[in-house]
Design a protein around this ligand. Structure first.
Ligand code: ADP
Ligand code: AMP
Length: 217
């Protein structure tokens, strides 16, 4: 399956992506994760992306489109992929259409997770990430059983630098101005499915599976 998970920051894309790729056996392609890895490794891409990410802005389209094009050309994407956090602009959505055309494949679905702004703020300020495996926790809604260590790999949990209230508000602004209009773009293509993301993690997962025509897992 070739899927896009859309939704504002904090809507649960990463959380649901992790569960979905587990059952679908396809790679999880998160541009945010790719940039954070590059920043940790201090690569050229990381140095370029760092300022944009820490201010809550978007990394320029040509850079982002380039890394996604390369990634989708890798052999593990031959049988499908799940894109998380891409596309985020009209130019990225149009470029993705071109990349898929070149690969002679199409999208199966765009899943749009909808969550109210007040809830997003609570989710993002309470989010904690595992330094080892990247699993996303929430201090209240989805805590690790081991406090500040990851249940899966014992890695240390940390708070993303861009999960401060000020940067979150900028990111939500950027989402509303640049990414939200893509809902219409995919409505025109008649492949978008809206999911109520205000529910609990398992309920959202069930609704996504139902939309994909899969039995509840
Ligand atoms: P995104 O990838 O869209 O930015 P995440 O998947 O990282 O969002 O989720 C943001 C935060 O909200 C995380 O701390 C996660 O544990 C928590 N979370 C995700 N989905 C839900 C949900 N349905 N209900 C409550 N908390 C959730
Ligand atoms: P995320 O992990 O999806 O919340 O993304 C974290 C940050 O990475 C964003 O706030 C942007 O600065 C950057 N980023 C991730 N994906 C993209 C994208 N598709 N286009 C531009 N910037 C991106």
């Amino acid at each position: 399956m070739r899927l896009i998970l859309m939704g504002p920051p904090g809507s649960g894309k990463g959380t649901q992506a992790e569960r979905l790729v587990g059952i679908l056996g396809i790679p999880h392609i998160s541009t945010g994760d790719m940039f954070r890895k590059a920043i940790d490794e201090e690569t050229e891409l990381g140095l370029e992306a760092k300022e944009y990410i820490s201010s809550g802005g978007l990394v320029p389209d040509e850079v982002t489109i380039g890394i996604v094009k390369d990634r989708l050309g890798e052999s593990d994407c031959n049988n499908g992929f799940l894109l998380d956090g891409f596309p985020r602009t009209a130019a990225q959505a149009e470029a993705l259409d071109g990349i898929l055309e070149d690969l002679r494949v199409g999208l199966d679905a765009v899943i749009n997770i909808q969550v109210s702004e007040g809830e997003l703020l609570k989710r993002l300020t309470g989010r904690r990430i595992c330094r080892g495996c990247g699993t996303s926790y929430h201090m209240v809604y989805n805590p690790s059983k081991q406090g500040d260590r990851c249940d899966k790999c014992q890695g240390e949990l940390f708070q993303r630098k861009d999960d401060t209230e000020e940067t979150i508000l900028s990111r939500l602004d950027v989402y509303n101005q640049q990414t939200k209009p893509l809902i219409q773009y995919y409505e025109k293509q008649e492949i978008i499915q809206h999911v109520d993301g205000n529910q609990g993690i398992e309920e959202v997962f069930s609704e996504i599976n139902w939309g994909l025509g899969r039995d509840q897992q």
